[in-house]
Write a protein that binds this ligand. Structure first.
Ligand code: C2E
Ligand code: CA
Ligand code: CA
Length: 457
């Protein structure tokens, strides 16, 4: 009787332990499942699924009668993060990602929902009662000089921010708006963060329409080259021309200011510049054969090319295809492109020169290059920006005088752009400017019209 009682007890104990074991291991499994589904292995913060789940919960708790929530959502990414991984290795890349997640938590507070969306994209939903601009400036400063242990990593970021309204209840919708604001800031060097407003929405709709049409437009040959003649200041004879793109779309002529900035952001400019270059080479070949002239033609070359290893090869291929002398092609490189971080512009320029092309520094005077950097650049021509030429009429002449003197000392040719009046032209000539371009002589024109100028000279 007693024996049965004891063995019964043991049986109960065994069953109980099995139950406890099952519960514990199930819990463990559930935790593992949770981690697998919602935790980002690198930063140990939530991933996009967690953000949407938890964010939706937070939004669900909002009561409509509250006065103002002061809640924000931001999306932040690191520029050229791929390069960091490539240069320093994935381990360092991971350290940086973890560091950013921690820095965001320090700055935005422990109660904020901070997650890694994908690769180098972070998202945060947070509350902030004071001036959001100060907070964002502080954030950019901290993350762009990210301190992890004793090491400081110098990074470049872009951030999009959306301030939640009282009506916002859907996490995906507000995430979309932060992403829209982020797109507006992406590619901008000076605008590190962008706060969503209705204008952005409109702007982005316009951009997405253009992005929808650009490939077809290239196929349909809607991009046209216009030529603006350049004249020798003293002899007033034709020196050459600058090739400027125009987009002829549905009977409308769209100026480059409407699409070049977008194409620089989405890199379509790489294709467009080469397309324009090919038109130019084909035109030069025809003029040589039919008119017996070979003018110097300037083409604008976007800074985006300098991040491509083989861009010069592509230009060379086209030049050879049409049998053009490289010394008849002048690459206009903007001054601001020459001071962009991450590219060795001097080396790029040397390679361009080795092939025999000419180089102009475009928009000179607007980029604050130092005299010593210009000295090291193997350029041929300084192109004085229109804003300084405009100053001549308003007796702000000292910058022009300074640029012209400096150029002479460095043995560079000078060209002034945007010359509109006789007064401006006379002043520039008197100060030794070599070449003049501007409405005073001629506006950019289609190829056929420019041929008239070639025939006259
Ligand atoms: P940019 O290279 O500084 O070109 C000079 C701009 O000034 C041109 O504007 C030209 O039409 C305009 N201009 C010339 N003379 C005068 C003048 O006397 N008065 C006034 N008010 N304007 C004058 P455009 O053609 O609208 O081009 C704007 C910018 O777009 C160019 O500035 C250049 O940065 C860019 N761009 C144009 N074509 C290309 C291209 O094929 N590739 C690339 N990457 N950029 C291009
Ligand atoms: Ca130019
Ligand atoms: Ca210019």
């Amino acid at each position: 009787m007693n024996g049965i009682y004891i063995s019964g007890n043991i049986a109960v104990l065994i069953i109980l332990s099995i139950c406890i074991y099952i519960i514990i291991s199930n819990n463990k499994k559930q935790n593992q499942l949770f981690e697998y589904a919602y935790v980002d292995p690198i930063t140990k913060k939530g991933n996009i699924y967690y953000f949407k789940k938890k964010g939706q919960e937070i939004l669900g708790k909002r009561k409509s009668n509250e006065i103002e929530f002061k809640q924000y959502i931001l999306v932040l990414d690191i520029n050229k993060f791929k390069m960091i991984n490539k240069t320093y290795g994935y381990k360092v890349g991971d350290v940086i990602l973890k560091g950013i997640a921690e820095e965001l938590e320090n700055l935005l507070g422990k109660e904020s929902l901070i997650c890694r969306l994908s690769n180098d994209y972070f998202v945060a939903l947070f509350e902030f009662k004071e001036n959001i601009h100060y907070l964002l400036e502080e954030m950019v400063r901290h993350i762009e000089n990210l301190k992890v242990g004793d090491t400081v990593y110098s990074l470049s970021t872009n951030t999009g921010v959306y301030k939640l309204t009282n009506e916002d209840r859907n996490i995906s919708e507000i995430l979309d708006r932060a992403i829209m604001a982020h797109s507006a800031s992406k590619g901008e060097v000076f605008e590190k963060f962008h706060i969503f407003d209705e204008k952005i929405e409109e702007e982005l709709e316009k951009e997405s329409k253009i992005e929808h049409e650009m490939y077809q437009a290239l196929k349909d040959r809607e991009f046209k080259v216009f030529y603006q003649p350049k004249f020798d200041a003293k002899a007033e004879t034709l020196y050459g021309a600058e090739a400027l793109v125009r987009w002829e779309h549905k009977g409308e002529m769209i100026p480059p200011s409407e699409f070049i900035p977008l194409f620089e952001k989405n890199k379509f400019i790489l294709q467009l510049d080469l397309y324009i270059f090919e038109q130019v080479c084909s035109d030069i070949k025809m003029w040589k054969e039919q008119l017996g002239v070979e003018p110097v033609i300037s083409v604008n070359i976007s800074r985006a090319h300098f991040l491509e290893d083989d861009f010069l090869k592509k230009y060379m291929l086209i030049t050879s295809k049409y049998g053009i002398n490289t010394n008849k092609i002048d690459f206009e490189i903007t001054e601001s492109a020459t001071i962009e971080a991450g590219i060795n512009i001097i080396e790029i320029m040397r390679n361009i020169k080795k092939l025999g092309f000419l180089i102009s520094i475009d928009d000179f005077g607007t980029g604050y290059s130092s005299l010593s950097t210009i000295q090291d650049m193997p350029a041929d021509i300084l192109k004085i920006d229109k804003s300084f030429v405009d100053g001549i009429g308003r007796s702000e002449k000292n910058i022009i005088d300074y640029i012209l003197t400096m150029a002479k000392e460095l043995n560079l040719m000078t060209i002034a752009e945007g010359v509109e009046t006789k007064e401006q032209r006379d002043y520039l000539l008197a100060r030794g400017c070599d070449i003049i371009q501007g409405y005073y002589y001629a506006k950019p024109m289609p190829k056929d019209e420019f041929e008239g100028y070639l025939k006259q000279n």
